[in-house]
Design a protein around this ligand. Structure first.
Ligand code: ZN
Length: 327
């Protein structure tokens, strides 16, 4: 692993270049400055005074970094050595605040905070913080359909895809990519939440375009096949009435743009069957619910493949848990 401190000093190409920053141009962070701290982190033009032992207890990368021989021309502030990091100051602020907060919970954080802690806990190999962030994000972008139907408030799916690619969180990609792909084309191109950092890569945009075709097809052939290929239930006593009822519902779908409401492809939409009762008999309604449920499961199972990830088994190899517990 490259020493991040060394890398920080050598980078000369972007605004995170630390070699030209003068200590006199930097300002102390208003909160993260402990008078009894033992090391000063210089990030962009912000100084954080913290405890070396705390950093090292969370991260072997920091531990290795601080065990290196100290350079002769090392900067010192109030007796503390200065370490330059090539990160974003806001990310470092969020990570340090999480480290010093015994009640740290990703669920209580803003997306910016979550992003900072996830990004740096990945970079500096802090398994506890990384896992806590991932647990929360996977609850928002789950791998089970039942969890998808009842998620906590979700951050932007475009943000989630960007972070999943950057921090290698494959398991959230099928769900997050689906949520991106169902958006109208303009939103897919521009990134949805108005933050240009969260725009999908060209490769991910292409995956969305391809998946939309398949999702539209599956919405008709799987999820809503009970309407498009309506067959009265074997015990139906009013087949003609139910046939015309099903046709009426399709007409309403088109009239109210419910297949593509505002251009949005909703293959996994939860359907409200309460309105169907007036159009078809009880037997047919029960069969419709079952067919819809099965269709959604088919779409869910296909999501990883739609986005170039193989199957769910590729993402969660079935033998991994067993071989780990065996070993
Ligand atoms: Zn019927």
């Amino acid at each position: 692993m490259t020493n991040p401190l060394k890398r920080a000093r050598n980078e000369t190409t972007d605004e995170s270049d630390t070699s030209t920053i003068k200590i006199t141009e930097c300002t102390r962070h208003s909160d993260v400055w402990f008078d009894d701290g033992s090391i000063v982190l210089c990030v962009e033009k912000t100084l954080f005074r913290v405890h070396r032992t705390i950093l090292c207890s969370h991260s072997e990368i920091f531990s290795d970094m601080f065990s290196l021989p100290r350079p002769l021309d090392e900067h010192m502030i109030e007796g503390c050595p200065v370490a330059w990091l090539s990160d974003r100051a806001c990310d470092v602020e969020h990570l340090l605040k999480a480290m010093y907060d015994p009640f740290f919970r990703p669920t209580l954080m803003s997306t910016d905070q979550l992003e900072g802690v996830l990004r740096l806990s990945t970079k500096y190999e802090m398994p506890t913080f990384r896992q806590e962030c991932i647990s929360y994000i996977t609850s928002c972008f789950p791998s089970e359909l039942s969890d998808f139907d009842d998620p906590p408030p979700r951050p932007s799916c475009f943000w989630a895809v960007t972070m999943a690619r950057e921090c290698d969180i494959l398991e959230i990609l099928p769900c997050a990519m689906y949520l991106c792909a169902r958006e109208p084309p303009r939103v897919i191109i521009e990134g949805g939440d108005g933050d240009s950092r969260n725009c999908l890569s060209q490769g991910d945009q292409n995956l969305c375009w391809e998946a939309r075709e398949q999702l539209a097809h599956m919405a008709e052939s799987e999820v809503f096949s009970f309407l498009y290929r309506f067959q009265p239930h074997s015990e139906c006593q009013a087949a003609n009435k139910c046939r015309s009822g099903a046709r009426g519902i399709i007409r309403i779908f088109y009239e109210t743009n419910r297949i593509y409401p505002y251009g949005r492809m909703e293959a996994l939409r939860i359907e409200d069957f309460s309105i169907y009762g007036k159009s078809v008999c009880g037997c047919c309604l029960t069969a419709m619910r079952t067919s819809h449920h099965t269709g959604r499961q088919v779409v869910w199972a296909a999501l990883p493949n739609l986005f170039g990830l193989g199957s769910w088994n590729n993402i969660f190899p079935p033998d991994l848990t067993e071989s780990l517990s065996d070993g």
